[in-house]
Design a protein around this ligand. Structure first.
Ligand code: PLP
Length: 437
């Protein structure tokens, strides 16, 4: 059989799709396909686009650096853009001291796990080998990331090959266990964590997304939840790894989400929006305390055995530097805090829709939970994937949407204008209205 395309698409039942629209150009918040149709980018091209497409300053930066130095590795060498970026990241990330580069969020998290596990070995504390985490978290699709961010619907096929972790429940206001108020369940989760640390001193690190769990269904943490976890980790000498890949850099309304949460991690990871969403780059940052444990004589073998071909790529690093400059120049974080209020205007209208069970919103992120039956909160089910249905219907309204399970995700480019955000939300409402079995 002749095939038209040789591309295998991510997280996609390929037999459900006859073809995929070919995007040929991006302009501002819009993606334009080969037929000339325009789609408003409602998912920031997988949650990473900051300024919209074809931002002049970013294109200029790529061209400038491409002419000078395209790639030179950090193995035995360094380069100016990577140095400059590392010093900037350290300045904006309280408590952090060194930056380890990689190319994507999953890998940045793998590096975080390796650093945390090896930290205790370097300190000659042999029993600290376990990783604890929150239920329902997501940290990427590689093996370590799947082990820690284990979402059964995604990863059960690989379960036998994943390492085990200890999991603490997370409060989801919409789906609380019977008999608990939100605040009671929050305290229950925190107590459970403290009890775990009290009885088990072999935990090397606790891992959590910063501010909210995104892929796990847009679960926004209650006030002080992350702060208390940070304090408990400190009290019991457990390293705290905070994943800022999806929620840092303004997505939840603050540049550095762990700072907004008044928490102090030992290791953090950035990705997605680091380069404005134009080139792959990620970074794992650690405190001086963690970094110093890796120093010693060469034959001590205390150094970190990790490296990637494109680590610290100068084009991506220059782009990230320019991106950070634009954040300041255009006061993006302040703007996001204003733009984000637009979502609130639509809360009641969205909640009244027949198939909407709940909405969860913070900053420039909204999750709309689609249910079959509001009262019993039964998730929407259909033979086709809800993603495919919503995508097709959204396309008819000129918007690009992707769902996660039964959650319609609104994750627009951070610098979206008020006009375009209103349009995106209104068209999403129209799209959800047409959902039926
Ligand atoms: C919180 C979080 N961590 C890590 C990742 C993995 O990033 P990547 O897809 O760049 O590997 C994601 C991706 O969505 C994420 O949401």
């Amino acid at each position: 059989m002749k095939q038209d395309s040789f591309v295998w698409h991510p997280n996609t039942q390929m037999s459900e799709w006859n073809s995929f629209d070919k995007i040929v150009r991006g302009q501002g918040m819009w993606l334009i396909d080969s037929q000339g149709n325009k789609l408003l980018d409602g998912v920031a091209s997988m949650w990473c686009n900051v300024w919209g497409h074809s931002k002049r300053e970013l294109i200029r930066t790529i061209i400038y650096q491409s002419k000078k130095l395209q790639h030179s590795s950090l193995f035995n060498l360094t380069n100016e853009p990577a140095e400059k970026l590392a010093s900037k990241l350290v300045i904006i990330s309280p408590g952090m001291y060194k930056v380890f580069y990689s190319d994507n969020g999953s890998t940045a998290m793998e590096i975080a796990f390796k650093i945390a596990l090896q930290y205790w070995i370097n300190k000659n504390i042999k029993n600290k080998t376990k990783i604890a985490t929150l239920e329902n978290g997501y940290h990427g699709d590689t093996f370590g990331a799947m082990s820690v961010g284990y979402i059964p619907e995604f990863f059960s096929k690989f379960k036998s090959k994943l390492f085990s972790t200890i999991r603490i429940p997370v409060p989801n206001k919409y789906r609380l266990p019977k008999g608990y108020t939100y605040s009671e369940f929050k305290n229950y989760c925190l107590n459970k964590l403290e009890k775990l640390f009290l009885k088990d001193n072999s935990i090397a690190a606790f891992v959590m997304e910063s501010g909210a769990q995104v892929a796990g269904g847009v679960i926004i943490y209650p006030v002080n939840f992350q702060k208390k976890i940070s304090k408990i980790c400190k009290k019991y000498g457990v390293l705290l790894i905070v994943d800022e890949v999806a929620t840092g850099f303004g997505r939840l309304g603050s540049m550095i989400q762990y700072k907004a949460q008044d928490s102090q991690p030992d290791i953090i990871a950035f990705g997605k929006m680091l380069t404005g969403g134009y080139l792959p780059m990620a970074a794992t940052l650690t405190t001086k305390k963690v970094y110093d444990s890796f120093l010693g004589e060469f034959h001590d073998f205390k150094h970190l055995f990790h490296g990637h071909t494109y680590t610290g790529n100068p084009i991506a690093a220059t782009l990230a530097n320019e991106n950070l400059k634009l954040y300041e120049k255009f006061k993006l974080i302040e703007k996001i805090q204003i733009t984000s209020k637009i979502f609130e205007k639509y809360y009641s209208e969205i909640l009244e829709l027949k198939h909407v069970g709940d909405i969860r919103h913070k900053g420039m992120l909204m999750g709309i939970e689609i249910v079959d039956e509001k009262r019993r909160k039964i998730p929407f089910s259909s033979n086709k994937s809800l993603n495919k249905i919503v995508f097709e219907k959204g396309k008819k309204h000129g918007i690009y949407l992707r769902t996660l399970e039964n959650i319609v995700m609104l994750v627009p480019p951070l610098a979206i204008s008020h006009k375009d955000l209103n349009l995106l939300i209104q068209r999403t409402i129209e799209t959800i209205k047409t959902l039926e079995h």
